[in-house]
Design a protein around this ligand. Structure first.
Ligand code: SF4
Length: 230
């Protein structure tokens, strides 16, 4: 009775927004899945439990912000990157420690993943590198928090201009595909890649096949499948 209402509250908040530029969180993600997001391809809804877990992560962020203010090292929190045409994003914080500026990115996870974390995750490094680039700051901190046990690990990351140029070039390639309605090929490790295991576009990906395809072809297939369902 109440559970269903709470679940519905969370589920109703999932809306497909129009996407006109990339988010920093898209970096390192499957290009095909990002393409599908831009084209608002129907996707599997996340369940309410997962949405509650995300919300818990947001509370952890707010607690850390509070501590940064009290320590007087949080120069600014939740700061958007300067506007430009291709990417938007918001870093968790910019800090000043011992007269040096850092971009802070906070990630929370369950104890099992946290315990296995020996080095920062690649996709988190990619995001942080883009923040460093757009804020013109040379160092960043990836702060990982164990949601269950409240343990913390931190990794210092130095700006790597070569890596950033290659990430930006990947975004430009993908933008070209979005504009020309060309669905990118699948990830080479499909379906074993971890992103495929959690992908909300599994059905559309299956319908598309392995290689690059014109978006109009898939759109027609989706429309036909929807008609047949009715
Ligand atoms: S199933 Fe895998 S390859 Fe297909 S869109 Fe999703 S992440 Fe990409």
């Amino acid at each position: 009775m109440l559970k269903e209402r709470i679940d519905k509250f969370y589920l109703d908040q999932q809306k497909d927004k129009d996407q006109t530029h990339f988010y920093i969180t898209d970096v390192g993600k499957c290009p095909r899945a990002v393409f599908f997001k831009f084209k608002k391809v129907p996707r599997e809804k996340m369940d309410a439990r997962i949405l509650r877990i995300f919300e818990k992560g947001e509370h952890i962020h707010r607690n850390i912000f509070n501590i940064l203010y009290r320590l007087r090292i949080g120069v600014t929190t939740e700061v958007s990157i300067p506007s430009q045409e291709i990417i938007s994003g918001r870093a968790d914080a910019i800090l000043c420690i011992d007269n040096e500026n850092y971009v802070l990115d906070i990630k929370s996870m369950n104890s099992m993943i946290f315990r296995g974390l020996k080095e920062p995750k690649e996709e988190n490094i990619f995001q942080l590198q883009l923040y460093l680039h757009y804020f013109n700051i040379k160092k960043g901190i990836l702060l990982y928090i164990d949601k269950d046990q409240q343990n913390i690990k931190e990794f210092i990351v130095n700006y790597d201009s070569k890596l950033v140029q290659s990430l930006l070039s990947d975004f430009k390639d993908l933008k070209g595909k979005i504009d020309s309605d060309t669905i990118p090929g699948r990830l080479s490790e499909y379906p074993k890649n971890w992103q495929c295991r959690y992908c909300q576009f599994e059905d559309a990906c299956l319908m598309t096949g392995d290689i690059e395809v014109n978006w109009e072809n898939l759109k027609a297939k989706i429309e036909l499948a929807n008609k047949e369902k009715k």
